[in-house]
Design a protein around this ligand. Structure first.
Ligand SMILES: Nc1ncnc2c1ncn2[C@@H]1O[C@H](COP(=O)(O)OP(=O)(O)OP(=O)(O)O)[C@@H](O)[C@H]1O
Length: 307
């Protein structure tokens, strides 16, 4: 059975269609990542699914309920980790978890949640003494204390250090193994690639692509990415003609090509002729990030240009 079933979802603010006809089905036990540039409509969509905003059109069923009218029976089965939850900072994580456990019929044991989220050392410290990353872990802990069937994670690892991030990923994987359905939004493509069974890309309030990370990457058309660091003192203009398309990120050059063998030979001959060593030279198939930037990159860049 589908955990989430959405058809023709619309939400309009004045002249802006924040959500402009989204269809989305998420099966029980699936981990789905919602991706999209700032303002794409992710938060609006997720908040409608959570019951915090009313749609202007379309049908929504979450765990068999209409989120607007599902009431307590619905709330008890979902867990929500918002981007910025405020909590009473004179409490300790253990106290807050006990308090929240009381709202649910079958909560997880508080100690188990503390261990799952790696908060053992700070379980009895005042919340105000926690670092930003530790507070995010507390957000996660509060999101899973009710042992939800469906968990909404809004940018769950923003502000985490790399090891906290790994632990959060392991936690999501464990929850998935325990059968939870998870809908997460993230701006980290590697996070989506790592965690999600399926990725849904939203732009301008519509679904512009969806599939497993592998499916999306192969939709890029079998191209290969040649990547290397531009030798010191040279510019991209000094390079030979290569590939179909070139992207520069700092001193790293990425060339998309459908003839990698010939292009690598051209590049190697060019470098050898000049006695250059090409640092960080790699060949790879397009990552989810490449595909994502192809789908929404241009609009995202336009949005960043001040008018
Ligand atoms: N309460 C509101 N009133 C008016 N406009 C809104 C409101 N909430 C969102 N919007 C607009 O709707 C559009 C979608 O916003 P939304 O927050 O859903 O995007 P998002 O994909 O979550 O972005 P981000 O990645 O920045 O969190 C944006 O143009 C935003 O300005």
């Amino acid at each position: 059975m589908a955990a989430i079933e959405v058809q023709g979802l619309r939400k309009v603010y004045g002249d802006v269609a924040a959500v402009d006809g989204i269809d989305l089905t998420i099966d029980e036990g699936e981990v789905v990542a919602l991706l999209g540039p700032n303002g794409a409509g992710k938060t609006t969509t997720v908040e409608i699914l959570e019951g915090y905003r009313a749609p202007d059109g379309g049908t929504v069923s979450v765990l068999g309920h209409d989120p607007q009218t599902g009431g307590r029976a619905f709330r008890e089965r979902i867990g929500i980790v918002l981007q910025e939850a405020g909590f009473e900072d004179s409490f300790t994580p253990r106290e807050l978890l006990r308090l929240h456990a009381g709202y649910y019929p079958h909560p997880r044991p508080v100690d188990e949640v503390i261990a799952l989220t790696g908060l053992e050392e700070k379980a009895d410290a005042r919340v105000r003494a926690l670092s930003g990353g530790q507070r995010r872990r507390l957000d996660l802990a509060l999101g899973i204390i009710g042992d939800p069937d469906l968990l909404f994670l809004d940018e769950p690892t923003t502000g985490f250090d790399p090891s906290a991030r790994r632990r959060a990923w392991e936690l999501v994987e464990r929850l998935r193994d325990l059968g939870a359905t998870i809908l997460l939004t993230t701006h980290y493509l590697d996070e989506a690639e790592h965690l999600a069974d399926r990725v849904v890309v939203i732009d301008h309030g519509r679904v512009v692509a969806q599939g497993t990370p592998d499916e999306l990457a192969s939709a890029a058309g079998g191209a290969t990415i040649i990547s290397f660091r531009l030798p010191a003192g040279l510019t991209a203009l000094d390079l030979p003609d290569l590939g179909l398309e070139r992207r520069t990120a700092g001193s790293v050059i990425e060339v998309r090509t459908e003839t990698p063998t010939a292009d690598v030979a051209t590049l190697a001959a060019w470098a050898l002729e000049r006695g250059l060593e090409l640092e960080a030279l790699t060949l790879a198939r397009p990552s989810l990030e490449d595909v994502y930037l192809d789908l929404v990159g241009e609009q995202a860049q336009v949005e960043m240009v001040p008018s």
